[in-house]
Design a protein around this ligand. Structure first.
Ligand code: ADP
Length: 307
């Protein structure tokens, strides 16, 4: 096999209470990467979209992730890569993670599956460092493992893949810019013990709810007393979207990654559609351009596309 095409899911990092440790892959939106193995070293990158992302390997998150992978591969090979991006950069839906994860999964398949999924996460984290300055894995891990993942520790890497009951995910992406660096900078550096207790109760509740297929427990646990109160001020309409989505039957939800996208989970497809309606009405009234998705959890993460 010399060439391969993969489809890469968007991801919702944090899942409200699990800042930097929980993430979930969704079916839509998704990116595609076509990768060709060459016997001459070097990485070339082409984009088929209009996002004007860098084509130099050292400046592209997919490029630096492949460079990290090749450093642990003994033979001098190279890659030609074509990226088709639907996940808008800076949306809070894991755009950079999708490129980084998709590239290393595709490369591993072309090289005969020699690396573990943990290795691939390690390589792709170099892409996240390029995009945001920090090696975080809460988008990359669900992208590569599928479903929901817990990162118990990043150094050393300790990944816990989690099961989840069938759920629908409604996403709204108001077309405003929230810089990941700004969204990180405004966070409080110190927290109160009473808030920490509430937060870890919610994280434990959410993980238990996912494993026990307990929708009510999942809903009750989708609460964030640390990050959301600070970050939501960067997203116009956030409180109203959340309140009205819950009234429409959402289990709960909040900011996707560092925003500005907002996601809501529901048990039924009809509820997920009703929530999309609520989101559209609100942003329509505010005169803010937006895009919505009604989707479900991606169980497999990055997968091969057969032409
Ligand atoms: P998101 O908030 O959707 O996760 P990020 O803020 O993590 O998106 O990443 C977007 C940043 O990464 C942008 O500054 C973009 O220019 C940079 N970048 C470099 N290469 C890529 C790529 N292949 N795909 C997406 N973003 C890239």
């Amino acid at each position: 096999m010399e060439s391969i095409k993969v489809r890469i899911p968007a991801t919702v990092a944090n899942m409200v209470c699990g800042f930097d440790i929980l993430g979930m892959a969704v079916e839509n939106p998704y990116d595609e990467i076509e990768l060709r193995l060459t016997d001459k070293s070097g990485i070339t990158i082409k984009h088929t979209d209009d996002y004007n992302l860098p084509t130099e390997a050292e400046k592209n998150v997919a490029g630096v992730s492949l460079i990290a992978l090749l450093e642990e591969y003994s033979k001098p090979v190279g890659f030609e890569m074509t990226i088709t991006k639907n996940i808008k950069p800076g949306s809070g839906l894991g755009s950079s993670a999708a490129s980084a994860a998709g590239a290393v999964v595709a490369a591993n398949l072309l090289l005969g599956n020699i690396f573990s999924k943990e290795d691939l996460v390690r390589f792709a984290m170099n892409g996240e460092r390029l995009a945001s300055g920090v090696k975080h894995a809460d988008n990359i891990t669900p992208c590569i493992f599928g479903s929901v993942t817990l990162i118990r520790s990043i150094f050393p890497l300790d990944i816990v893949p989690l099961s989840a009951p069938p759920m629908f995910v409604t996403i709204v992406h108001p077309q405003i810019e929230v810089k990941t660096s700004d969204a990180r900078q405004i966070l409080r550096k110190e927290i109160q013990l009473k808030d920490a207790i509430q937060q870890w109760g919610n994280i434990a509740g959410l993980v238990s709810g996912l494993l026990k297929n307990d929708y009510e427990l999942i809903g009750r646990s989708l609460e964030d007393v640390l990050i959301e109160p600070v970050r939501s001020i960067l997203i116009p309409g956030f409180d109203e979207v959340k309140k009205r989505s819950k009234e429409a039957g959402a289990l709960g939800g909040g900011i996707s990654g560092s925003g500005p996208s907002i996601f809501m989970l529901s048990k039924e497809a009809a509820t997920a559609k009703a929530i999309e309606q609520v989101m559209s009405e609100l942003y329509g009234k505010m005169g803010i351009e937006y895009k919505t998705y009604v989707t479900s959890i991606s169980r497999n993460g990055v997968c091969v596309v057969n032409n």
